[in-house]
Design a protein around this ligand. Structure first.
Ligand SMILES: C[S@@+](CC[C@H](N)C(=O)[O-])C[C@H]1O[C@@H](n2cnc3c(N)ncnc32)[C@H](O)[C@@H]1O
Length: 291
């Protein structure tokens, strides 16, 4: 029974994410997702004996939800539409709730629902290249229009990324990735002037396996977010994975959050997914630019 309840909540949470107009979605289970937008809302509370889910949704969206979710009287969600466009993202978020997926998996799954073949995207902190490779797989197609611009301040990081790409891609795919040894605050200097950028992804902190003293810093991260905001296309996404376990990490989280708080509700939806009982767990944050 509890399995079904947990599963229903995970699925509901995921189903709601693309609606973006949700005001606050709070899971009191160790996973918390806060959306900063403030609409006139209709409140519904779904509860069972040991857990509680509070939703605040615009009323027109609520009717959309109730059409798509199979909801039992006691608030337990028993099934989910098979044709859901979010298949995969549901699995990732539910698995995250159960500790079976990492924050990076959640971020990659969210990207998958925004990025299209042929898009231009930016990896603002390419590090060892795993995010760059994931992005390339999303944008590359036979037309070879897709492009990934990958940035890092460390030469070691670019070498690692380059090595991974050589191992994983064919030569045509490899040509779709451009590597730049620069600070991400200068990202608008590397993408073509008229490029429509669908995704700018940040994976903050230090290079795994590298020098832990070289970390992203609030000051330049904020400049980079400002640059990302300027070049992002409508219905594009800024994705940020924040690590708070190292010195300066919490300050950087606060800087990112206050940046989000300054984005207009009319144009942006900002949310974070946070483990409540693992204070040092990485925190995926998403800023979605409305149409
Ligand atoms: C957590 S790692 C990135 C992991 C990477 N995305 C991956 O998939 O392996 C953070 C990276 O940010 C880089 N970095 C730090 N400050 C930066 C800046 N101002 N501009 C660009 N990259 C920066 C670091 O050198 C490090 O490689």
């Amino acid at each position: 029974m509890m399995d079904k309840v947990f599963m229903g909540i995970g699925l509901l949470a995921v189903k709601l994410l693309p609606l973006w107009q949700c005001n606050t979605l709070m899971l009191s289970l160790g996973l918390r997702c806060m959306l900063f937008s403030s609409f006139t809302t209709t409140h519904q509370t779904l509860s069972s004996s040991s857990l509680r889910l509070s939703l605040s949704l615009p009323s027109q969206r609520l009717s959309h939800c109730s059409r798509n979710l199979c909801c039992k009287q006691n608030g337990v969600f028993s099934s989910f539409p098979k044709d859901s466009p979010l298949t995969g993202l549901e699995d990732a978020l539910v698995s995250y709730v159960f500790g079976k997926k990492r924050a990076t998996d959640v971020a990659h799954m969210v990207w998958e629902h925004v990025v299209q073949k042929g898009d231009t995207v930016i990896d603002a902190t390419c590090g060892n290249g795993f995010d760059t490779l994931a992005m390339l797989n999303l944008v590359a197609d036979d037309s070879h229009d897709g492009h990934v611009y990958a940035l890092d301040i460390q030469k070691d990081a670019l070498d690692n990324t380059s090595l991974l790409l050589e191992k994983s891609l064919n030569s045509k795919e490899r040509q779709l990735v451009k590597l730049f040894n620069i600070c991400h605050s200068k990202m608008n200097g590397v993408v073509p002037r008229n490029a429509l950028v669908r995704l700018v992804a940040f994976n903050l902190g230090y290079l795994p396996g590298g020098d832990k003293e070289i970390i992203t810093r609030s000051e330049t991260t904020l400049l980079a977010l400002e640059a990302a905001k300027r070049i992002l296309m409508p219905e594009g996404l800024i994705s940020i994975l924040v690590y708070v376990g190292h010195p300066g990490g919490r300050e950087e989280l606060e800087a990112v959050e206050s940046f989000a708080a300054g984005l207009s509700v009319e144009n942006w939806i900002c949310c974070k997914v946070q483990m409540l009982n693992r204070p040092c767990a990485p925190i995926p944050i998403f800023f979605f630019r409305r149409r």
